[in-house]
Design a protein around this ligand. Structure first.
Ligand code: F6P
Length: 364
């Protein structure tokens, strides 16, 4: 039997998205092919803290390439530096870094692949900087908002799902002559809404980076109506914000949300459009369907490339990096550069200009 060269581990953290399994598969295959053993850590950082992990083999990753979600499980909580435990009905926070280091050391795990978004990669950067853990990060999120990479895996699949929703809404909106709002995921950034909006033929696209004026939205609807279009489709990001609200301080905005009577901003916009235009408005929220299902072909290829490169970097001793994507090439980005930053959509980006040129309104 060939000698084992070393031991690695892989985990998935934060919200799931299509392509996680494709990355896991690529990392595991790269490790096994090169003579390493590899642990799959269960439920994100929780498994790292509690030591819940198992050795993976080729059978563990067989058939998972097209499967959505993550076979390892994930959580949005469980930060090892700020681990919440419920005690007497209250949350108490503990520092669990010693448990993490012990769990890795006890199993002779030399290095860790963290597949995650900004929260998970922040933790990965801190584990590297403060606990000397050898880490490589892989950028995941349907939001495509990670700093240091042009693209995150999961994004293209989510664009496809949100586009399908817009396509479906088009036929019913056209039949009834209604205004329809499709609310697309993205509390902080508008990449997903912008891309799905263009792909799905939305007439109005509202993103957090470009505050809207409700009167401009109504103007656009009326303009369409006056030239004979019976319907209007809006793609609205979860984090879309009006010009008035954008002027509020964080504290004032938080206060407004405390007494907010709508389930989300789309319903507020819907009510205002209805009042101002007299048209019938409906809201559709595809929600977590945007994170579900099988990864598209683009994401399968991209996730496989990222996973393979993460494996290679670990084998070559290149730690402390996120595997990024710049100008169509896989690159390595220092984790500390990624931590704490978001890649926002530039309101002056050419894609926004191009959309505006063909008549798409951003409500600004
Ligand atoms: O960050 C990914 C994301 O899907 C966002 O687009 C969305 O706003 C959020 O997660 C939803 O989070 P949760 O699954 O915790 O409701």
């Amino acid at each position: 039997m060939a000698q084992v060269k070393g031991r690695l581990a892989v985990l998935t953290g934060g919200g799931d998205c299509p392509g996680l399994n494709a990355v896991i598969r690529a990392v595991v295959k790269t490790a096994l092919k090169n003579g390493y053993e590899i642990y799959g850590i269960e439920n994100g950082f929780n498994g790292l803290i509690t030591g819940t992990m198992k050795l993976m083999d080729y059978a563990s990753v067989s058939g998972i390439l097209p499967r959505g979600g993550t076979i390892l499980g994930t959580t949005n909580r469980d930060n090892p530096f700020h681990f919440a435990v419920e005690e007497n009905g209250k949350y108490v926070f503990y520092d669990k870094r010693e448990e993490v280091v012990k769990n890795l050391r006890d199993r002779n795990i030399e290095a860790l692949v963290v597949i995650g978004g900004d929260g998970s990669l922040n933790i990965a950067a801190k584990l590297a900087a403060e606990c000397d853990v050898k880490v490589v990060g892989v950028p995941k999120t349907i939001d495509n908002d990670l700093w240091g990479t042009d693209m995150t895996f999961g994004f293209q699949s989510a664009v496809n799902i949100a586009t399908d929703a817009l396509d479906c809404i088009h036929t019913t909106a056209a039949s009834h002559g209604r205004v329809f709002i499709v609310e697309v995921m993205g509390h902080k950034v508008g990449w997903l809404t912008l891309n799905a909006g263009i792909a799905g033929g939305a007439d109005i696209i509202l993103v957090p980076e470009i505050p809207y004026d409700i009167d401009k939205i109504v103007e656009k609807i009326n303009e369409r109506h006056n030239r004979g279009s019976r319907f209007t489709i809006l793609a609205v990001a979860e984090g879309a914000i009006s010009k008035e609200d954008a002027k509020l301080s964080k504290k004032e905005y938080k206060k407004k949300l405390e007494n907010y009577k709508y389930p989300s901003v789309s319903y507020e916009i819907a009510e205002q459009i209805q009042e101002k235009s007299g048209m019938e408005v409906r809201v559709t929220v595809p929600g977590h369907t945007q994170r579900g299902g099988s990864p598209c072909a683009y994401d399968r290829v991209f996730a496989s490339r990222l996973g393979s490169e993460a494996g290679r970097m670990i084998l070559d001793g290149e730690y402390g990096f996120m595997v990024g994507y710049k100008h169509r090439e896989i690159v390595k980005v220092p984790l500390e550069e990624v931590a704490g930053k978001l890649k926002m959509l530039d309101p002056n980006a050419s894609i926004v200009r191009e959309a505006k040129m063909m008549g798409i309104s951003f409500g600004d």
